[in-house]
Design a protein around this ligand. Sequence first.
Ligand code: PMP
Length: 416
Amino acid sequence: MTACAQQTAAPGKSIAQLRADFPILAQRVHNHPLVYLDNAATTQKPQVVIDAIADYYTYDNANVHRGIHTLSERATAAYEGAREKVRAFLNAASTAEIIYTRGTTEAINLVAQSWGRNQLQAGDEILITALEHHANIVPWQLLCQQTGAVLKVAPVLEDGTLDPAAFAELLGPRTRLAALVHVSNALGTINPIADMVAQAKAAGALVLVDGAQAVAHEPVDVSALGCDFYAFSGHKIYAPTGIGILYGREALLDEMPPWQGGGDMIRTVSFEHTEYADLPWKFEAGTPHIAGAIGLGAALDYFRALDQAALAAHEQSLLAALTGGLTGIPGLRIIGTAPNKVAVVSFVIEGAHQADIGKLLDSLGIAVRVGHHCAMPALKRFGVTGTVRASCALYNTVEEIERFAGAVTRVREMLL
Ligand code: PMP
């Protein structure tokens, strides 16, 4: 039995068997078996998700909410059924709190423009961290330009963990919102998000959590967490691109004005007055990504049926293999060595450009991401403008990581 077949992540299912659920993984790239280590950018889709999307278009395709015919009723039931699956996944109190968006980016922009633009005044503060993805920086910068609010940034320590003292110090009476990344996409750091939320709430701020990198790796319970908003993207958790979620506390969403206007978000419209639809539809103007929502529901069904404790143990073995395999390669520096990390490793090699490393790894069938990972300020903190990043998902194996580490050694020798 191979090491790969021995790793298990689902009751009665080995990692090798789980891999078979993802048809894309079976291919060869440049005549090598594909090793896909770009999962922080996007994850691959299991056949059940692909089938759910294909079935929807094959049998049920119709617009939602508006039709009285059978196909529209089926499409609506599937679309709204997926919302309930998301509610259960996040442990939100009600489906009224689950808003479909295009992804994390759109969810954060929705909060910035609907809540922030109406609530913030000059001198109010928004606190983020130095680990944020651009999606949790730029919307707040735009909001600051619009309102005169001020963006504050909590620094990170040398190992890529948040500086807890500085974070506590930056939270003050002027902090109206803390917008915090749960797991860093660039470094893999898992933030102590429950503590951070509790501290920010105690300081009187609202809290938005960017959960894009967390949902497939960390348990998320928005009720226990007590955050006001939680955003994530379907495509980071084995669902399609173009669909994401904004969770918001119902009382807060109720008070917020719509962000976009159009069909589906209204109850009545006249030229004099428009009455908006109830939650969550008030925030879902226009024909939504119906197939995407259905695919997200299927992905969450798939993911939640897996043994989460086994997945977490598997992830830690991948992280150990990654860190162990790369440590000791001459001139290689791992950026982000926090004690609490997901299986993401960012690194640079002295004298070798990341783009060349990435291209040569691709020629060996290994997919990694190189560049700034949409987190330029986080990398700047470590004195680099880009890294090579290997990021794992549930279907990666220790054997693949060993192949990857061997390939990095070879590529380094080719380049230097
Ligand atoms: N935040 C984090 C931490 C991310 O990793 C990403 C995606 N790389 C985003 C936000 C943005 O997600 P999306 O592009 O799916 O909207």
